[in-house]
Write a protein that binds this ligand. Structure first.
Ligand code: ADP
Ligand code: LRH
Length: 487
């Protein structure tokens, strides 16, 4: 009694899924209705998302989920689709790993210095921030004829409901929002010639976002009116909302999927010069929180190696080989921007190992070990720096996302950070999505109480720090020297 069911559409860079969450005051049960691969496509014009394939997967997933009380949508950040005056999509959304922003940041900084940009937006430098993408697209026929810009989750919501909005947590990743007011930074957009009228009005997690169109209900076989509810539509906002912290716990989080996002939840942004220099971002979270974090290249390094080796279905044996491989033999800077583009990942890792003066891994198992050691090291560095920059200290690290299933990565992260790690849930983004909907539809309580519900109901694994802290310190010094060479 008193339970409701919510569909979470969660589109990650490596796979999309529709999850069904049954929520009651003391129950939370998440099941996978449908999962589908997310395979970007390289055209001669550049790297593009297969957005229609993803939308097809969403429809299949909603059909498989069955009757629900509401639907919420989240996805990776920064990317968007453009619509013409009649609401038709103008071309395939550009992938954030596309090369079109090369050289663009330098042009932007000639107009607005990076220090000013950071103070105004709190957003770390990344070449793919929507701001740089829009400057790269300036004067293209598509942008010139566009009447609307919809971020990816907002585009999916538009196709499902016919209604347009810009969800705030994801809007903050455009680098066009002032984190203090939660509103557009009109002065900045004006200086860069970015037309904010392209964006539909802002909405917040929990706001109503329309209802499934009759044609969509027919396609998915869903009965009755089905509302769509805005959630933290940035997948990382939803994942952090689902970190199973106990009330009052002093925690850092690591969202580990294609990316590792490592940091702290704060009440106010930190936009000091030190924090800019350390490339920490202040993204807007659920319930007015700030996600103070750094982007680390994450399991992308491993995904790309598996693709290069033709061993995409072989994760488990490779992780077993990695566990037997010697520890901390070769390390690279896993936050280095040189790893952003697709292709030739094993070779780029070898080159980065040479740059740290370490031996080059000889087998896929050794390369996998190098990636996991390097990720753990980057996690350590980011979590230490976040505490220093925000003047806060933590007692535990929560690992959520697909990487929470990787026991070796979790143990190495505990060892590297010298802190206990609590791993899980792996489907945190979907859980955060579901629980924001549940609160909008009557579940009482605040963010801390929904986190406690997750902690009570979801399986979590605890890892205690072990090993020799000095080995991690030495490895940290090795990668520090190599930073400029890798970027
Ligand atoms: P994204 O949302 O960015 O697509 P996910 O959160 O789904 O990413 O995480 C995907 C990653 O999780 C994979 O690249 C893989 O390394 C890891 N992963 C998934 N399942 C397992 C597993 N059973 N064991 C170890 N690692 C896993
Ligand atoms: C993770 C993520 C991350 C962004 C990146 C583009 O999926 O949303 O938070 O920085 O994708």
């Amino acid at each position: 009694a008193g339970t409701k069911t919510f569909a979470a559409v969660d589109l990650g860079a490596s796979s999309g899924r529709v999850m069904a969450g049954r929520v009651g005051p003391d129950t939370l049960d998440l099941t996978e209705a449908h999962r589908f691969p997310n395979r970007p496509v390289r055209l001669s014009e550049g790297l593009r998302w297969d957005i229609l394939g993803l939308y097809g997967g969403v429809l299949d997933g909603l059909r498989a989920a069955g009757p629900v009380d509401s639907v919420g949508i989240d996805s990776w950040a920064v990317d968007y689709g453009l619509l013409d005056a009649r609401g038709a999509l103008l071309g395939n959304p550009v992938h954030y790993r596309d090369a079109r922003t090369e050289g663009v940041p330098e042009r932007v900084w000639a107009t607005v210095p990076p220090e000013t940009l950071y103070r105004a937006t709190g957003i770390q430098y990344a070449p793919f921030n929507t701001l740089y993408q829009l400057v790269a697209a300036r004067d293209t026929p598509q942008l010139l004829s566009a009447k609307r810009l919809l971020l990816i989750p907002d585009l999916i919501a538009y196709w499902l409901t016919g209604e347009q909005g810009t969800e705030l947590t994801n809007a903050s990743t455009t680098q066009l929002i002032d984190p203090r007011t939660g509103d557009w930074n009109r002065d900045l957009a004006g200086r860069l010639g970015i037309d904010l009228a392209l964006f539909p009005p802002l909405r917040r997690p929990g706001d109503p976002a329309g209802a499934l169109l009759p044609a969509v209900r027919e396609q998915t076989g869903l009965p009755g009116p089905v509302p769509v509810t805005a959630v933290g539509s940035h997948d990382t906002a939803s994942a952090v909302a689902a970190v199973p912290a106990r009330r009052g716990e002093r925690f850092a989080y690591l969202c580990t999927g294609t990316w590792s996002l490592a940091g702290l939840e704060l009440d106010a942004p930190v936009t000091t010069e030190a924090s800019r220099a350390a490339n920490f971002t202040n993204e807007l979270g659920v319930d007015g929180t700030i996600r103070f974090l750094r982007n680390i290249m994450g399991l992308w390094l491993l995904q790309e190696c598996l693709r290069a080796w033709g061993r995409e279905g072989d994760l488990a044996p490779l992780l077993a080989e990695a566990a037997r491989a010697p520890a901390l033999r070769s390390v690279v800077d896993a936050a280095a921007p040189g790893f952003l583009a697709p292709g030739a990942m094993p070779e780029r890792i070898e080159a980065a190992c040479r740059a740290t003066g370490g031996p080059v891994p000889r087998t896929p198992g050794e390369t996998t070990r190098c990636i996991l050691d390097s990720l753990a090291l980057a996690h350590r560095r980011a979590i230490r720096e976040a505490q220093r920059l925000a003047d806060r200290s933590v007692d535990v690290v929560h690992i959520v996302g697909g990487g929470a299933r990787n026991a070796l990565l979790c143990q190495l992260t505990a060892d590297a950070c010298g802190l206990p790690v609590v791993a899980g849930p792996a489907e945190a983004a979907a859980l955060g999505n579901v629980l924001v909907q549940a609160r909008a539809h009557g579940l009482p309580g605040d963010l801390a109480s929904t986190r406690e519900l997750i902690a009570r109901t979801q399986p979590l694994t605890r890892y205690e720090p072990s090993g020799d802290p000095a080995a991690w310190e030495a490895a940290e010094r090795r990668t520090e020297g190599a930073r400029p060479l890798c970027s």
